[in-house]
Design a protein around this ligand. Sequence first.
Ligand code: WTA
Length: 646
Amino acid sequence: MSEKVYDVSADWAGRAHIDAAKYGAMYEASMRDPEAFWAEHGRRIDWMKPYTRVKNTHFGPGDVSIRWFEDGTTNVSHNCVDRHLETRGDQVAIIWEGDDPSESKKITYRELHSEVCRWANVLRNRGVERGDRVTLYLPMIPEAAYAMLACARLGAVHSIVFGGFSPDSLAGRIEDCASKMVITADEGLRGGRKVPLKANVDAAIERVGGVDHVVVVRRTGGAVAMTPGRDVYYDEAAAMVTDECPAVEMNAEDPLFILYTSGSTGKPKGVLHTTAGYLVWASFTHQYVFDYHEGDIYWCTADVGWVTGHSYIVYGPLANGATTLMFEGIPTYPSISRFWDVVDKHGVNIFYTAPTAIRSLMGAGEDPVKRTSRKSLRLLGSVGEPINPEAWEWYHRVVGEGRCPIVDTWWQTETGGILISPLPGATKLKPGSATLPLPGVKPMIVDAEGKELTGAAEGNLCIADSWPGQMRTVYGDHERFVQTYFSTYPGKYFTGDGCRRDADGYYWITGRVDDVINVSGHRMGTAEVESALVAHPKVSEAAVVGYPHDIKGQGIYAYVTLMAGETPSDDLRKELVAWVRREIGPIASPDLIQFAPGLPKTRSGKIMRRILRKIAEDEFGALGDTSTLADPAVVDDLITNRQNKR
Ligand code: WTA
């Protein structure tokens, strides 16, 4: 726990959109009269028909429904593209930096308009209409942004699947939302290695029906199988259409996108975000948290397959007329200085990345950073998992040379955008703390029984009232939405995170309190990894927990019981890791597998994960009460054969 405090410099307080006094006033106004506050801030986007109703939100018990600006109409693509043409048509909208440093390009807002319209026409010609779902499985190339904005232009709902997911995971997501179209590339390119995207799409479609069209972007030019009548190369389809396409008038609450995310139980959930509230939130938070000013070069290193890429590479920055950098590669290719080389090459002012990247670069020492200039950097950001104070200090001292504030931004796929974060001109920083709620956000810490804890306290983090960027439902399963987020503590949105509030009112996120683990900033449900493992013919039972990992934050620890007659071996361990990679994707690879003859269960047969977690965390002294176990002896075996001995 760090007690260090970094004051806001006079420079920052003077130039920022929001200083401490303004933050206080805005926060107070947003709590006192949310209707009036958002009636004003909702006007930051263009409306076709202005709203008259601002907030209509209910957290239950009973009715759980969330509507913002519900009688207004607008179009997200218009807001991210067309409305900038008059004032900044020739300004760069997207800087694309390829995997190979010799490849990069700049796309102006005028070019973006023409690309997005062409894409929309290609989609429309293949029957995509308002409300249809379109699955995107793409590398980090500008076409990903074009395709997203083309869907939004037509009122179609995109569902992006991260390129690291397996054909099976892709198939499940295509099926869940009944996509009739998939947009992909021949191959992706990351760290000099090719990713067989089109082949994965073919394998996925073999497993699910219903896909009528596959649009393929040529990225590497590699040879791929094309199914006649179903598959088309984008460039060939685009040559047949014009670059004009009107933006469809959408209701504020029409769906904009679905993004699948892991929860503590069952299959990944399709988090649904709608049109206007989401865009208002993405644009409001992007401007204020990153203190975006005209002319700034802004870089978020996420992938568009995750929510961070949606809100802070594409929608937030483009709604604000920003220049956003999109990076195809990885931090260590061709050298471990790549991030800083890109910063220098494009004069990046604002840099936003994940703690796992910082920790892994930290391991290589200061020299690869110091041999670059980084003079352009003004602000640094962090997202995805708690940042430990050591990594924070290194980021601040080495990368930012002590002159750049760090915004540690806490949020979730479900929240649409940042909820708790410093504002660089307003908030004193404490390394490791996400600090204070943004205007419009009402955090609440509750104990296990749901009682609100006031003042300095530690417990479970809830949000007491709605904000415009909040998810509206789980696609196709509103009951699951209510169950997952509003039933643990009725009347409140439960985040799944634990949290401490200190005497200054600062929030310190302590990590998930449910069965979700956060591996290198990627969310993984332990239940998903377990069901992949038990699908293997030699596995009878599996239990998966997280354990502390120096670089990834959390690693995946799997306890596996084999079928009778099977023998544990290192080869089988490798086989199971490869199996999970194939079933879910490389991001779900177990780091440690322990073969266990038995798992600790209660007499009613429930696995006691608390014990498994403690063993994986190396905390044998803290196992707690084991007397309710059906067979207490299994615990001794688990301890003896633990995998990550320190
Ligand atoms: C964790 C990513 C601490 C948290 C935007 C949350 C964080 C989950 C932070 C959501 C942060 C995200 N400090 N923890 N600054 N940001 N988290 O949906 O546990 O991929 O619930 O959204 O990441 O992950 P998701």
